[in-house]
Design a protein around this ligand. Structure first.
Ligand SMILES: NC(=O)C1=CN([C@@H]2O[C@H](COP(=O)(O)OP(=O)(O)OC[C@H]3O[C@@H](n4cnc5c(N)ncnc54)[C@H](OP(=O)(O)O)[C@@H]3O)[C@@H](O)[C@H]2O)C=CC1
Ligand SMILES: Nc1nc2c(ncn2[C@@H]2O[C@H](COP(=O)(O)O)[C@@H](O)[C@H]2O)c(=O)[nH]1
Length: 328
């Protein structure tokens, strides 16, 4: 098995066929809709909130709302629909989540996208929830995860998931690898490659993206969509708390399995960090699109498909990636 991560790979350029990078089309059809770029901010409490979700949906971007204020979710769907926007929510697998799905079905509140958001998604509990959602809300596009193996992808797809999310522990605020010894941290891109060989439906690469070039690499290795936390943390619109230190502005970014999210030190697999204030998220999204257009031009094509076929080389193998600090 080839083991590598984002920083170990470079994509090999092909002859350019466009006169300007602006000719390159970064749009992606994902589920029932088409989006400007194949990128989605992580469904974490310091990354996305309702105002940002509305902003993203109104401007042609995909989003997944987090599940950490569960009582607000039905109203969130109503508000998005009242504004003519799509609703994309997250759920867990605990018993109350079964009641929540039943309530949505009873009220005919159909979110366009639902994400089952669990640390260890290759489990019977996720399979049961997939089947419950598909029975009651068959029109919602259902994303399930996270998994790190081809077997995980196959089982969730066979249970009825419309897309699978890949990534166990590669995230910037993840400490799963340190705490448990398990995961795809340090070889996320290779894990994505293996999973893509088994997948018959779209994959979301989740975690470990540190540069815009990593988005192009994710597409090359089989992702239809790329979920990103740390690159979206620290913006004006980011919900994380703003902190001033020595005259510099920072924003908090913490893991969904951190004690800051849970309110208790119990099965902690996430940490908190401070991210330097980055300004407007619109500028970051625009830059991601421009960098992706440029990547498509290097691939010798005009759209994302060109990225899926380029050659690559392995330039080094640095296995320890990301989570070198326990907390800040
Ligand atoms: N992508 C990643 O690498 C990771 C992501 N996360 C994120 O953290 C958040 C919390 O995740 P999670 O703890 O799953 O959600 P929950 O706290 O909602 O837990 C879901 C249920 O699954 C059980 N559970 C959790 N982990 C395991 C496990 N390893 N084996 C068996 N049962 C388990 C929990 O019980 P109990 O707590 O009693 O075990 C609980 O009943 C999510 O947003 C998730 O995406 C967390 C870790 C890794
Ligand atoms: N192991 C953990 N993973 C977590 C936690 N909270 C979120 N996540 C995952 O990280 C990605 C974002 O990664 P990034 O490298 O882009 O910052 C996110 O989508 C989740 O899958 C956690 O507490 N522990």
């Amino acid at each position: 098995m080839q083991v590598f991560d984002y920083e170990d790979i470079q994509l090999v350029p092909n002859k350019c066929i466009v006169d300007s990078r602006s000719e390159c089309d970064t749009s992606v059809k994902f589920g029932p809709r088409t989006f400007k770029i194949p990128v989605v901010p992580a469904n974490m409490q310091t990354i996305i909130d309702a105002p940002l979700a509305k902003d993203l949906a109104s401007n042609g971007y995909f989003y997944v709302m987090h599940r950490f204020e569960p009582e607000t979710r039905a109203d969130f769907i109503r508000q998005m629909h009242a504004a003519g926007l799509f609703a994309s929510i997250s759920v867990g697998v605990k018993p109350e989540e079964y009641d929540f799905i039943q309530k949505l079905a009873d009220e005919q509140l159909n979110p366009e996208y639902i994400t089952i958001d669990i640390a260890h998604g290759h489990s019977q509990r996720v399979i049961d929830m997939i089947q419950h959602i598909k029975r009651l809300l068959p029109d919602s596009f259902l994303i399930a995860g996270n998994v790190g193996t081809p077997e995980g992808v196959r089982e969730l797809e066979n249970a009825g998931a419309d897309a699978t999310k890949v990534g166990i522990g590669p995230g910037k605020v993840c400490i799963t690898k340190i705490k448990t010894g398990f995961g795809t941290g340090g070889w996320q891109l290779a894990a994505l490659r293996l999973c893509s060989k088994a997948a018959s439906k779209p994959l979301i690469a989740d975690g470990g993206v540190r540069t815009d070039g990593d988005i192009a690499k994710s597409i090359r290795f089989g992702a239809s969509m790329v979920m990103i936390g740390s690159l979206f943390a620290g913006h004006k619109q980011s919900p994380g708390k703003t902190i001033e230190r020595d005259g510099e502005l920072y924003k908090e970014y913490f893991g969904s399995a951190s004690e800051y999210q849970k309110g208790a030190h119990h099965n902690v697999e996430g940490k908190k960090m401070l991210v330097t204030y980055k300004g407007d998220i619109d500028d970051t999204l625009t830059e991601m699109q421009e960098d992706l257009q440029s990547a498509i031009s290097y691939a010798g094509g005009k759209d994302l498909k060109a990225l899926t076929k380029v050659d690559y080389v392995i330039v080094k193998n640095s296995i320890f990636n990301g989570d070198d600090h326990y907390s800040v």
